[in-house]
Design a protein. Structure first.
Length: 408
């Protein structure tokens, strides 16, 4: 599994490096810098995402600014008027020196580089911006394409110089160049061969892209946009917009007409459904009203059946009255106690008791019995009919006269 990941990582690395080019009058693959002289440049059809520009195609400068706030420095750089030797794309790197100062390293890439490139890359990076002197501890001479690039730094910042390599005639010239830079024939300088130069450039390039990928990004080219037929384009877009609005309006009108037609066809059915819903609502309201009326805890509608049952038992009923606690039955019977016992055993009656003492009137016992009726809120059925069968008190258990007749 690890070998598979390593193979995939290697392929991705090779692909990304194939999108990096080096410009020095011609366009080269970065890996081809260690080839012999006369190596053919990379074909212009090979588009590169990143192009590293050789030292002889840009102007390099270093300047210190006594400003400690980064935003103030950006404002100064934006409005600064520079006397530059030529026109081109300018890139800057800002390093903080102290709390009150910054150092700005600027690179101005010649405009001819952009004109000669067969494509417009995303990043245009100067060669010396890829050089990291922190691990060297001094100056550095890098060999590539038969030339030597001298890079060093001092208290005033980084500086570099390009000179020729390889011939005896060039040695006195190189010695003069190094002497002008304060070096004695290159003694003590770290010198990198072509392959080492490529590795150093790749390492520095990865560091730049990782830390500040937009520092060397090319701005959008708006010069070509000025030559576009904007008036014709605006006219064409306006016509298309008007056509779209007309078509969409026509569609909406047709859709609305079709919906109105469908609604007219469904109007009769809708009225029937609405009428049925209205009737169901009235029936539901009536049902709730009846439920409210019949949900009373006192079932007064069973009073008259009980009254008639007492009359059927030869009771002379005088009157029945509604009291605070229930119903009072006033009547006369041969045995008032037997009447009270019948009422107590009636399933429609919850309680029954004498409200007044029993008196003798015309040979009969006059009574006033208070009755509370059984609640009908529960699920139990309340029988409305003949009272419970209870014998006369003086005769003991047995059947009533009506029950005896039915039994015979």
């Amino acid at each position: 599994m690890s070998s598979w990941f390593q193979l995939l990582a290697q392929k991705i690395k090779v692909f990304l490096m194939s999108k990096v080019g080096f410009w020095s009058g011609e366009l080269y693959d970065l890996d081809s810098l260690d080839s012999h002289e006369g190596e053919a440049p990379v074909s212009s059809a090979a588009k590169k995402w990143i192009v590293v520009v050789g030292r002889d195609y840009y102007y390099e400068s270093v300047k210190d600014y006594p400003l400690g706030i980064r935003s103030d420095l950006n404002g100064v750089l934006k409005n600064e008027i520079l006397n530059l030797p030529f026109q081109g794309a300018r890139f800057s790197r800002i390093d903080r020196l102290s709390e009150k100062s910054h150092r700005v390293t600027s690179w101005l890439v010649k405009h001819e580089v952009m004109e000669q490139l067969p494509f417009r890359p995303y990043l245009l990076i100067p060669e010396t911006a890829c050089v990291d002197l922190s691990e060297v501890g001094g100056g550095l001479i890098m060999a590539r394409l038969g030339q030597g690039l001298y890079v060093n730094s001092n208290a005033d910042g980084m500086f570099s110089r390009l000179f020729s390599l390889g011939g005896r005639d060039s040695d006195p010239v190189n010695e003069k160049v190094l002497n002008s830079l304060g070096m004695d024939s290159g003694a003590g300088l770290a010198q990198l061969g072509a392959s080492q130069t490529i590795a150093a450039l790749k390492s520095g390039l990865i560091g730049l892209v990782t830390k500040s990928p937009l520092a060397f990004a090319l701005k959008l080219d708006t010069s070509a946009a000025q030559d576009l037929p904007w008036k014709k384009g605006v006219g064409l877009v306006s016509v298309m917009l008007v056509a779209y609005l007309m078509m969409s309006s026509a569609y909406l009108l047709a859709k609305e007409s079709w919906l109105d037609y469908r609604l007219l066809g469904l109007r009769e059915k809708g009225e029937v459904a609405l009428d049925s819903g209205r009737r169901l609502g009235e029936i539901g309201s009536l049902d709730r009203t009846l439920a409210t009326l019949t949900s009373s805890e006192v079932p007064y509608w069973v009073v008259w059946p009980i009254f008639l049952d007492l009359v059927g038992m030869d009771n002379i009923m005088v009157v029945n009255r509604t009291t605070k606690d229930g119903i009072s039955f006033i009547g006369r019977a041969e045995n008032a106690a037997n009447t009270l016992e019948v009422l107590k055993n009636d399933p429609r009656v919850a309680t029954a008791e004498f409200l007044l003492p029993v008196r003798m009137v015309s040979g009969l016992e006059a009574y006033t019995i208070g009755v509370t009726l059984t609640s009908v809120v529960s699920d139990e059925e309340v029988r409305i009919g003949a009272p419970a069968a209870v014998d006369r008190v003086d005769q003991g258990p047995g059947l009533l006269a009506s029950d005896e007749a039915s039994a015979q």
